[in-house]
Design a protein around this ligand. Structure first.
Ligand SMILES: C[S@@+](CC[C@H](N)C(=O)[O-])C[C@H]1O[C@@H](n2cnc3c(N)ncnc32)[C@H](O)[C@@H]1O
Length: 272
């Protein structure tokens, strides 16, 4: 079977390349979903590679299909006693260049590292979900309700306020409801992923976090992109969920790790 292409690039590959140069090779409106986490506020961690945020954001807007989504996972560093606020500045910039801020979600870590600071311990990062125009795909993840079957006489208005059901009959509570937008994940060796090699990278995504976004905002056969591929989590989870993937990663060392993780899928190294 011939290789599938996107512009001049092959799909289902991670290119060792600066993502700006890579994205410039992609056609307009060609990516269904991006799930990514940029290097934030602390470039030394990633061998000193830097990126121009505004250029990345503008290219992401250009290459995203109409109705497509970008999930941008970021946190702020505390510098000289103040959080940098970089995540908010970036979110506002994405809106300025045309994206809708569809949802501000939270990635909460079940087992975070206490840092004994004079502030509450940092347990979360933002997951900004941007859409290019009206969102085209939403496959909500559901979770069981606690009181399935109980008759509720309360209804919710569209603005979220509650009113009593005037019919006097009420309605049974469904078995499942759409998950709320704070997502909790365990992190650390053997939990973030079972791929030991991934931990040679300093900031690996939990595999289930990426999978949950892929299932929510894309369909089978769609193209899932990550301009900052790191250890390859987005590529691995796209592949395991029957999506096509494409990614860029500037560090040769990290591309090697990502390629090994992807090769291991076919040897039985599935999701954790
Ligand atoms: C937060 S990490 C991503 C980790 C990834 N989500 C994972 O699960 O492993 C950001 C990555 O961006 C890479 N990077 C930094 N500047 C880059 C650039 N201009 N183009 C492509 N990759 C870059 C870094 O080497 C680092 O691996």
């Amino acid at each position: 079977m011939g290789k599938e292409m996107i512009g001049e690039l092959e799909l289902n590959r991670i290119y060792q390349r600066n993502c700006i140069e890579g994205m410039r090779m992609l056609p307009d409106d060609s990516i269904d979903l991006t799930v990514t986490s940029p290097p934030y506020d602390d470039l030394r961690k990633y061998n000193g590679y830097s990126f121009n945020f505004a250029d990345v954001a503008k290219e992401l807007y250009r290459v995203t299909k109409k109705g497509g989504v970008v999930v941008w996972v970021v946190g702020d560093k505390t510098h000289r006693g103040s959080e940098t606020g970089t995540s908010f500045k970036q979110a506002l910039y994405f809106m300025e260049i045309g994206f809708n801020l569809h949802d501000t979600m939270i990635y909460a870590k079940k087992n975070y590292v206490p840092l004994t600071h004079n502030r509450y311990e940092q347990q979360f990062e933002y997951m900004f979900v941007f859409s290019k125009g009206k969102l085209s795909t939403f496959n909500p993840i559901k979770e069981p309700t606690k009181e399935a079957g109980r008759i509720s006489r309360l209804r919710h208005r569209k603005n979220g306020s509650e009113i009593r059901d005037g019919s006097g009959k009420g309605r049974p509570i469904q078995k499942e409801k759409i998950k709320p937008n704070i997502w909790f994940y365990g992190v650390g060796k053997g939990v973030t992923t079972k791929d030991t090699i991934a931990f040679e990278h300093p900031a690996v995504f939990p595999e289930s976090l990426v999978q949950d976004h892929i299932l929510s905002w894309s369909n089978g056969g769609d193209i899932v992109f990550d301009p900052f591929m790191g250890s390859g989590t987005t590529a691995k989870m796209a592949s395991l969920n029957n999506r096509k993937y494409l990614g860029f990663e500037v560090s040769e060392e990290y591309v090697r790790i990502a390629d090994i993780r992807i090769k291991n899928i076919s040897r039985g190294g599935g999701a954790s």
